[in-house]
Ligand binder design. Sequence first.
Ligand code: G3H
Length: 200
Amino acid sequence: PRYIWLSRHGESEYNLGGQLGGDSNLSERGQMYAKKLPSLLQGALEQSVFPDGKVPELTVWTSTLKRTNQTARFLDYPKRSWKALDELDAGVCDGMTYEEIEQQYPEDFKARDDNKYEYRYRGGESYRDIVIRLEPIIMELERQENIMIVTHQAVLRCLYAYFMNVPQDQSPWMQVPLHSLIRLELRAFDTIETRISADI
Ligand code: G3H
């Protein structure tokens, strides 16, 4: 089998206020997760079975945003940051809360509710747009044996759906909570998932 490790960034300052997007720092709780992540990962790696019995070198991929880099800060592995892993671009709604969007752009709010996969924020992106920009990431992942990805909720939902063989248009409803490490064990015909909560 091959393994892909998935995690959202730790809680950010924007998460605390329910704001979308931005490029904020981790909250204190988010920083606690960052500190706990190396031991969480190490423990799970020790319980993973690799083909020839030895663990292939792990590489950590992050987005270009501060919150994923801060979350990966204490992971002592080679790192690579990808713009293609940045969070869904909420365009004119970047930095707003859902309540503010509902008030200022009621039609958009409803349109998104009606079709969350296709809805594209004004000046921003849809889930479908993310699926398309993830193609090079997925191609590269298919060639790798042991990658840890620290990225954002919408992006993780799309990656998760892809590897779990869930239709892409179901991506917006995948459950990817904060402060949990997801291990995907990719086998010839299916994927086995294990979730490890950091209890923070
Ligand atoms: O905007 C980015 C969020 O991580 C995704 O949340 O698609 O459920 O609004 P949402």
